[in-house]
Design a protein around this ligand. Structure first.
Ligand SMILES: [Zn+2]
Length: 601
């Protein structure tokens, strides 16, 4: 495009558009008057054309940002700038400079406009944004470097809660090595979009390994010798101002990590475990569990049903359940936020507070405290008659019994625990309470959900499934779209396949929930009372609300996820440790000392 533009300027075709004719005359005049002026213009337009035809064009292709339209815009803007630059009809010697300045402004606006629009597009990750200020940054960085001679150049700034910055160690010292190793763990987490990292003993030869959790799946990193792993753990603890000497008790703190102009909050948890220590780094902990209820992934009818359950004036008990790592904390916080914390007294009883919700009272429960009993704590909270109480964990049957027998006419109680389906949740609840009548008495609703990884829309691949598959998915509407998508991981840039820059070649980016949401009315309550599971199942199926399976198929047909991911997530045992339908208590053992922060999300 650059050459086309310049050709047009140098040799205007006969019968060109009016601006072209003006341009031709003007440029000829210019060439006759002074030979250096065209060279200045050539340099300016050449530099601009290089940026839009290589840097911008490739950027637009990579992120599918209406590349053709942008090229047309650049072409038109370039022509306008050229007309302005050489078309000023004055005879005055300053005319050239006025025209040049105007052209520079126009080309500058063009460069800025693309960068502005592209940087706002959600498909463009932070690291791939266009930085027009890059030039000024280079000189700043150079100045900084000369200042810190003799020290290593850390890539990260570790900022403690008191705003103090952890100073970089001197180059060529063991501390410098530790610092670089600690940084590389964080940088790898950032590069792979991990939500958290754990550094823990592998259980073999006293070695450690970092484990990166990306969209709910674990990827182990390279093994570390115990000594260096512990030094890395200490460095992160130091950054969060935690007691480095305490390698046994569970310690928790936060720090801000700044890298390449982006700042992330990191929650550090360290605890002594068998074979050494474990460090959990939770990146942007608030963002991970904060989600607007409407964006959980519920269908419209499910959202209406949930709203009706939340607003039910009869209060009572509602079960919020997911398999392990199924997004239970996010679900709990989202549902709690559907209550108005300014007009209602809303409380949450939880072991680890993950998020501070404005107006909501969080009661932390320390399982290690002397005489600590979850059921007793729940009972004493219930006696104070809050409008809403969320019991964010259900560690034992005793708690279930306390909640079931409490007077909940004035209190809505959300009980959150592990279950693989709404039916399994009801079954577990009945068994934990130990008496179907008691379990049914206050029951108002049950929600079950789990998380699907979302396909990267930048590289997903469309295909037509076989008629058998369509039938298997239960699509009966002949007009329904039967296009499905599978993960890609690559994009074509100028006909050459390249790793997708949005998802880093994984093919998935982010997660979304699929759910079952059922209000429990008189009819269902009577069935729960009878303890007849197959009758309950039949009654739930009769409701005009999607099952987990149907909710998943809807997401498939919308192209949100792939068939493989849907199958992985909805297969009977979605993750190890899921409560079996026949398990006697709704929850696995009480949260162990320093239970992994990732296991409850
Ligand atoms: Zn992608």
């Amino acid at each position: 495009m650059a050459s086309l533009l310049l050709l047009d300027w140098a040799h205007p075709a006969p019968g060109a558009l009016r601006p072209g004719a003006v341009l031709a005359q003007a440029s000829q005049a210019l060439v006759l008057v002074s030979p250096w002026k065209p060279l200045v213009l050539l340099a300016v337009f050449g530099a601009w054309a290089w940026v839009v035809s290589t840097v911008y064009d490739k950027h637009a292709a990579r992120f599918r940002l209406a590349r053709e339209r942008w090229n047309l815009i650049h072409l038109i803007v370039g022509l306008v700038a050229l007309v302005v630059a050489v078309g000023i009809p004055w005879e005055h010697p300053a005319a050239f400079f006025v025209g040049l300045a105007a052209a520079l402004v126009i080309l500058g606006i063009d460069l800025y406009a693309y960068a502005h629009v592209a940087n706002k597009d959600e498909r463009v990750p932070e690291s791939q944004r266009i930085r027009l200020d890059a030039l000024t940054k280079v000189s700043n960085a150079r100045a900084e470097r000369s200042k810190s001679r003799g020290k290593i150049e850390p890539k990260l700034r570790l900022i403690a809660p008191d705003k103090s910055v952890l100073p970089p160690p001197t180059a060529d010292t063991p501390e410098a090595e530790v610092r670089l190793a600690a940084e590389s763990v964080y940088l790898r987490a950032m590069a792979s979009r991990a939500s958290s990292v754990e550094i823990r003993p592998t259980g073999k030869d006293q070695s450690y390994a970092p484990v990166f959790i990306v969209d709910g799946l674990q990827t182990p990193g390279d093994p570390l010798a115990a000594q260096s792993a512990l030094a890395i753990i200490d460095l992160w603890k130091l950054g969060a101002k935690l007691d480095v000497a305490d390698r046994r008790r569970k310690l928790q703190g936060t720090l801000d990590v700044e890298h390449a102009g982006a700042k992330h909050r990191v929650r550090i948890t360290s605890v002594g475990v068998a074979g050494g220590m474990r460090l959990t780094m939770l990146i942007d902990p608030d963002g991970q569990v904060r989600r607007e209820p409407a964006k959980l992934g519920l269908t419209d009818e499910q959202f209406k049903e949930l709203r009706a359950i939340v607003d039910d004036p009869k209060r009572g008990v509602v079960l919020l359940t997911t398999p392990p790592d199924g997004g239970r904390t996010t679900l709990t916080y989202s549902v709690v936020q559907m209550h108005d914390a300014y007009t209602q007294r809303v409380e949450v009883l939880e072991v680890d507070q993950q998020l501070a919700i404005e107006g909501v009272r969080h009661t932390p429960f320390d399982p290690l405290a002397e005489g600590a009993d979850f059921g007793t704590t729940a009972r004493s909270l219930l006696r104070r008659d809050p409008d809403v109480l969320a019991v964010a964990e259900l560690p034992d049957a005793n708690t279930a019994k306390e909640v079931a027998k409490a007077d909940t006419d004035r209190t809505r109680v959300y009980v959150c625990f592990r279950a693989g389906s709404a039916l399994e949740a009801l079954d577990s609840w009945i068994k934990a309470v130990g008496d179907p009548k008691q379990a049914a008495r206050n029951l108002r609703g049950v929600v079950n959900g789990r998380l699907l990884r979302k396909l990267c829309t930048n590289c997903r691949v469309e295909y037509t499934p076989s008629p058998e598959m369509v039938q298997k998915l239960g699509v009966t509407d002949p007009k329904a779209s039967t296009k499905l998508f599978k993960k890609g991981g690559q994009v074509l840039i100028k006909n050459k396949p390249e790793v997708c820059p949005v998802c880093g070649g994984v093919g998935f980016i982010g997660q979304e929930g699929i759910f079952e949401v059922y209000a429990i009315g008189d009819e269902e309550r009577a069935l729960v009372e009878s303890g007849n599971l197959s009758a309950i199942k039949a009654a739930l199926r009769k409701k005009p609300l999607p099952t987990l399976q149907a909710a998943g198929v809807a997401k498939l047909l919308q192209g949100v996820t792939s068939l493989e991911e849907f199958t992985r997530v909805t297969s009977p045992t979605p993750a190890p440790g899921a409560a079996a339908p026949s398990s006697p208590a709704p929850q696995a053992p009480p949260p162990a000392k320093g239970a992994s922060a990732t296991s409850r999300r």
